[in-house]
Design a protein. Structure first.
Length: 91
């Protein structure tokens, strides 16, 4: 499935980054990488809407979500994703 394929590719790219840079990825770097991965498949997109959440070097929260073609949308408080996104936003 698309989720498994994307998960495997993301794991591969994060391990490759760790080997090349000799450090772990910060959340904003993961977000940019995911955005480019999704954009590469824009004509036959993966049906996933990933969410990235984490703490940066200064322990500030980083939160963002993506659409099918890799448009990154940062948020300060919350992100909704998936088939129930409309209901999760509330009335």
């Amino acid at each position: 499935t698309d989720v498994q394929t994307m998960s495997q590719l993301l794991e591969f790219r994060t391990k490759l980054y760790s080997l090349r840079e000799e450090r772990t990825m910060q959340p904003h770097i993961v977000g940019n990488m995911l955005s480019s991965m999704l954009y590469e498949k824009r004509f036959g997109p993966w049906f996933t809407e990933p969410v990235v959440a984490g703490l940066d070097k200064e322990n500030k929260p980083f939160l963002c979500g993506f659409d099918f073609i890799g448009c990154l949308s940062k948020a300060d408080d919350f992100v909704v994703s998936g088939t129930t996104a409309d209901q999760l936003f509330g009335v």
